[in-house]
Each structure stands twice: as C-alpha cells, then as structure tokens.
Write a protein that binds this ligand. Structure first.
Ligand SMILES: [Zn+2]
Length: 108
C-alpha cells in the first residue's frame, strides 16, 4: 500500500513551481505532485489533489462525467417554518434578520 496519491489535476505537471522540477541537468521535467496521505486528508478530495486549482481543473474538465454518477433531474426541498423577520437597532443603524428554521415535523 502506498502512502501517497499522484495529484489528479489534469494540468498539475504544467504548473511552473520549483517543487515540481525533477530530473538531471539537461533533461529536467515538471512532474505531477505527490499528495501524501494523512489523517487530515484521508476522507476528503484533498487526498487526491495537491491544491484547489488542481481540484478545480479536474472538476471543470470532468463535470459532465461527475454529475452522471448521481444526476439531479428534479429539485430537492427542505420544509421550513414561516420565516421570522426581526428588526434590530443600535445607535448607529437598524438592520433586519430573518430566521429560517427547519420544520422537523414535516421531515420525511
Ligand atoms: Zn496538483
């Protein structure tokens, strides 16, 4: 079992950073980063991607295939109580807050 994944960013190996430079003089390359597995990233996509930009590049390139895993063909709804709007004020200004509470009695 390995303790790392290669970054899945489709362009990881093209980003110009010195930590990606590998190889001997005269035949240097930019190489895909390794992502070390640890207790913080083991259950998240951060175990597969070295950065948010690599994750975004993957998601943008493969978005249609990703959503095909679990297509959303209709909207979802969360039952809520009627929202309560409350006025607040201090010596400088007034503002309103609207409280939105989930209606637990209508949960399926
Ligand atoms: Zn990467």
């Amino acid at each position: 079992m390995t303790d790392f994944n290669w970054c899945h960013g489709p362009n990881c190996h093209t980003h110009h950073t010195v930590d990606r430079v590998r190889g001997v003089k005269g035949s240097k390359v930019l190489r895909t980063r390794k992502v070390k597995l640890n207790q913080w990233n083991k259950d998240s996509f951060y175990s597969k991607f070295c950065s948010n930009s690599c994750y975004n590049e993957f998601a943008n390139k493969y978005a249609n295939q990703i959503v095909a895993i679990a297509p959303r063909t209709e909207c979802l709804e969360t039952p809520i109580e009627d929202p309560k709007r409350t006025k607040h004020s201090n010596p400088y200004h007034n503002w309103y807050e609207t409280e939105i509470k989930v209606d637990e009695t209508r949960q399926s």
